[in-house]
Design a protein around this ligand. Sequence first.
Ligand code: XBP
Ligand code: MG
Length: 233
Amino acid sequence: QLQGLIFDVDGTLANTERDGHRVAFNTAFEEAELDWNWSVELYGELLKVAGGKERVKYFLRQYKPGFVDPQDINQFAAYIHQLKTKYYLELLHNGAITMRRGTIRLIEEARQANIILAIATTTSLPNVIALLEKYLDLDWFEVIAAGDIVAAKKPAPDIYKYVLNKIKILPQNFLVFEDSDNGLIAAKKAGLKTIVTVNNYTKQQDFSQADLVVRDLGEIDQPCQVIQGDFTA
Ligand code: XBP
Ligand code: MG
């Protein structure tokens, strides 16, 4: 029976991308005196690459070939990324990022039912810590698996396998909450039942492998709207 929930962060627990990470990247570009600006639309395309550093490197390859010498690309991406993380944390502390509907309710209900909670996210650990400390409680989570803790990011299953190695619950007794095709593929490769909550950046993606697709997790007086599948899954 259900013994554990594993939550993705960006797009699932909170809508962090359009007004959070994207804005933080653009502020980092300004500070680095680069005349780059990732529009909402361009960022949607860049989101196909999980990981902020990996996303910068993808952008360089696709849109700025030759701008940075190949041997300097990792260092350049790390430099931009540490600037961006500083700005993202400022945005988060200032309240620019809020939890999605139904997430806090579901987490509190899970705690009442003694269900184990874990995080499996591509975003950097400081970003997760700041979000959970602001809206929830770090102690509620048995495992917080984030960012570079694993070599291969989503859609590789590594981050989910990391959680499964840390918590002695059978995979079939977990339920995953995700928002993107990358995340769904990662969870499925780890053999995990997955519910997808869509958002504007991901609603057109292929979620045929999901056990359930809903608009959001809903509140007691506002049941969640099923888009695909049914609750018996
Ligand atoms: C989403 C990501 C992350 C964030 C940016 O993670 O792919 O890279 O976009 O955060 P998830 P960083 O949906 O798995 O939570 O810049 O710290 O990577
Ligand atoms: Mg996500």
